[in-house]
Ligand binder design. Structure first.
Ligand SMILES: Cc1cn([C@H]2C[C@H](O)[C@@H](COP(=O)(O)OP(=O)(O)OP(=O)(O)O)O2)c(=O)[nH]c1=O
Length: 195
């Protein structure tokens, strides 16, 4: 049985993966997440998920690579293909919330599994519908500290959940790791217990 490594610094991803696998290691991947010119969101999350998995795979001793599997993932928020990264300051965040307020946007999560030299990737797209957000709500939300490290400036699983009217797609993908699709990837690779 292969040892599974999650190539991520995100506690949310580790928590979600824990719903599928009881035993895995976590190693943060240090990669350049700069968006390329004209890069579309689905291509971006696919490239970054693979980059993260490959970075951690390459850190492993050559002799042990045959018995490991590495999972990388990346999430971005996009409004009509315009990528909204993690807000760097309040002005940036305010602009994001103005775009998301009373409108629908897309959350893309890419997952890549490297196992026995094979690399398999998937991208999950979810549509998220936001209710109108007032100026005061934008200011108050920024003060909570929650938006700062989140793609698109919000967390559906936290305070940001109060802006979400409905979603069409995968809730776990919005949080950071699509459970059904990741389960299928791990299962096909023979990594899940009992598969
Ligand atoms: C939209 C949204 C994003 N997020 C989070 C998930 C991701 O952790 C983060 C997107 O940034 P990522 O760069 O995908 O992930 P990360 O920097 O947290 O961790 P790593 O690269 O090491 O795997 O935003 C939420 O937690 N809730 C949400 O509703």
């Amino acid at each position: 049985m292969s040892k599974l490594i999650l190539a991520s610094a995100s506690p949310r991803r580790a928590h979600l993966l824990g719903h599928l696998v009881s035993d895995f290691e976590v190693i943060a991947a240090d990669v350049d997440e700069t968006v390329k010119a004209m890069e579309l969101p689905d291509a971006l999350v696919s490239r970054l998920a693979a980059l993260k998995a490959k970075a951690v795979y390459d850190l492993q001793e050559t002799s042990s690579r045959r018995s490991i599997a590495v999972l990388g993932s990346d999430t971005v928020v996009a409004a009509d293909d315009r990528i909204l990264c993690k807000p760097t300051n309040f002005k940036d965040f305010h602009e994001m919330m103005s775009i998301l307020s009373n409108s629908v946007h897309q959350v893309y999560t890419g997952v890549c599994l490297i196992h026995e030299k094979l690399q398999q990737s998937i991208v999950v797209k979810t549509e998220v519908y936001f209710s109108p957000i007032s100026e005061m709500e934008i200011e108050d939300y920024w003060q909570t500290g929650e938006p700062q490290d989140k793609a698109g400036g919000y967390a559906i699983q936290g305070v940001g959940g109060k802006f979400v009217e409905r979603i069409h797609g995968s809730y776990s993908a919005v949080v950071g790791l699509p459970l059904v699709e990741t389960k299928n990837l791990l299962s096909e690779a023979g990594i899940l217990n009992g598969s």
